[in-house]
Design a protein around this ligand. Sequence first.
Ligand code: ATP
Ligand code: MG
Length: 274
Amino acid sequence: MANLGPPPKIELRHVSKSFQDLKRGRETVAVEKFSLAVQDGEFLCLLGPSGCGKSTILNLVAGFEHPTKGEVLLDGEPILRPGPDRGVVFQEPMLFPWLTVLDNITFGPRMNGGRPEAYLSAAARYITLMGLSGFERHRPYELSGGMKQRVAIARAWITDPKVLLLDEPFGALDAQTRLMMQELLVRVWEQARTTVVFVTHDVEEAIFLADRVCLMTARPGQLKEDLRIPFDRPRNYEDLVPDKRYVELKRQVFHSIREETIKFMSQDAGAGPA
Ligand SMILES: Nc1ncnc2c1ncn2[C@@H]1O[C@H](COP(=O)(O)OP(=O)(O)OP(=O)(O)O)[C@@H](O)[C@H]1O
Ligand SMILES: [Mg+2]
């Protein structure tokens, strides 16, 4: 019998993406025959060694790039361009330095002619949720790295996107701030239940955050493992660290990533100097 249920929130079908590398005068196949379905409300972490194509996948879903082959779908419809239904957060917060926290957060709806009553009340909610109360009138230079990234996340979330795409958003933060940010992100996600694709190369971060961890091979990136994370929510590291299942899962993922990193390094050595 045909499956008449709703399509996955995000679907990549046999996606390949190549780039013309002008410097080396050759084509780089970033991703090859990559297929993945992300269900509505799922928190998925995409994990893989450097250069395996994680950002490429995210940029395809964001609509910043187009696949060379295959299809990228949102609610069953091809993604043709970026849109407000997909919020994006990068490693660098990329705030407007001359705007206040409030004006940065409300930038999208203000530009799209949103109703001030609606976007100001959404902004107030996310300012509270992201722990930014009292900083509404501050400018980015007055904020710590973690706070800037909280502003960037609030900005991506206030439009209530169908999907939130985060590309190593905590990669530039110190270890302690990073843990706090992970906890904060999950707390807000548990209320909003937005479908999340979170790119990281940090194994512990992926296991702590995700419902599912998708592990990629070295370039050209393909899906290597698709792991369901069995731990109940809310999670905390103090309970996870001594848990035998956590220790084993971490070992398995580290092993897999290491294998791919070694492959990647030997590939690069074979390619000669850039
Ligand atoms: N616009 C581009 N032009 C040329 N090559 C590109 C472009 N974007 C990505 N690539 C190449 O595609 C491959 C995958 O890149 P991508 O940035 O997706 O990897 P990544 O997994 O996000 O890496 P990292 O962990 O370092 O962020 C790399 O070899 C990269 O050099
Ligand atoms: Mg990247």
